[in-house]
Design a protein around this ligand. Structure first.
Ligand code: ADP
Ligand code: ADP
Length: 228
């Protein structure tokens, strides 16, 4: 069965505003990477806000694991959905503290795996006592902070991982490593990215093209190219 379904979802930010989402139907498979693309203002971020229950649909339904989002408690939802955006705040402290904060039951192997997936493991290994002393978040560059935010989501091993433009500020080599981390997570659960980078989009199993609050096309990049 599918992990997630948006069924005829309508949402507007004010009663007299035009809809930010205007009858959106999307099915997200249990495994794989779905990229949502579209011009600024298309409604991409609004979809994430609805999935996280920051907002409620005006019409239609969002169904996670066969159950309407209406019937999920925020607590149960947060255990299944991880969300990373650009400039996600970190907990002041060590990298390990950040990861354990997100996943209290994570062991050292889990932490190494998540750090390796974003290519931050070498940084920690260079410390005299490795994970025992660790690196504090205050010494990180912007790109490194972004990678730790992502590692913190990966260590949770979420059923649904929402990534809003997380590779935008990474250099090419790091982006490639992070893309591999995202691919691996897509074998363990559903990953939805809001993407501008062509490489991220080409990597996706499913691309949802959104325009003015409506789904214009769905498919992998070959299907979308054929359709034009
Ligand atoms: P995208 O992420 O694709 O750029 P958004 O989901 O942010 O698009 O925005 C969709 C539409 O909703 C746009 O017309 C935008 O102006 C409007 N919108 C977004 N956030 C708000 C808000 N907080 N208040 C009012 N309108 C908003
Ligand atoms: P996978 O095998 O899932 O592709 P990795 O290649 O990232 O994962 O890591 C393989 C194993 O090696 C993991 O169990 C991880 O705990 C361990 N590992 C990864 N990086 C390091 C590291 N820098 N130091 C110690 N152990 C590591």
């Amino acid at each position: 069965t599918d992990a997630l379904e948006l069924r005829d979802v309508v949402f507007r930010y004010a009663p007299d505003a035009s809809p930010a989402l205007d009858g959106v139907d999307v099915t997200i498979p249990r495994y794989g990477h779905t990229a949502i693309v579209g011009p600024s203002g298309a409604g991409k971020t609004t979809i994430f806000s609805l999935l996280l229950k920051f907002l409620r649909p005006e019409r239609g339904d969002i169904v996670l694991d066969g159950r309407s989002l209406e019937n999920w408690t925020l607590h149960d939802l947060r255990a299944r959905i991880a969300y990373v955006e650009q400039d996600t705040p970190l907990v002041p402290g060590t990298l390990r503290e950040n990861l354990v904060y997100a996943a209290p039951t994570a062991n050292d192997d889990d932490i190494w795996r998540a750090l390796a997936a974003v290519r931050m493991d070498e940084r920690v290994q260079a410390m005299p006592e490795g994970l025992a002393t660790d690196v504090t978040t205050s010494t990180l560059s912007g790109g490194e902070r972004q990678r730790i935010a992502l590692a913190r989501a990966l260590v949770v091993d979420p059923e649904l991982l929402l990534l809003d433009e997380v590779t935008a500020q990474l250099d090419g080599l790091t982006e490639a490593a992070v893309a591999a981390g995202i691919r691996r997570q897509a074998e363990r659960g559903a990953v939805i990215t809001i993407a501008h980078r062509l490489s991220t989009i080409l990597d996706a199993d499913q691309i949802v093209v959104l325009e003015a609050g409506r789904v214009r096309a769905v498919g992998n990049h070959r299907e979308l190219l054929d359709a034009d």
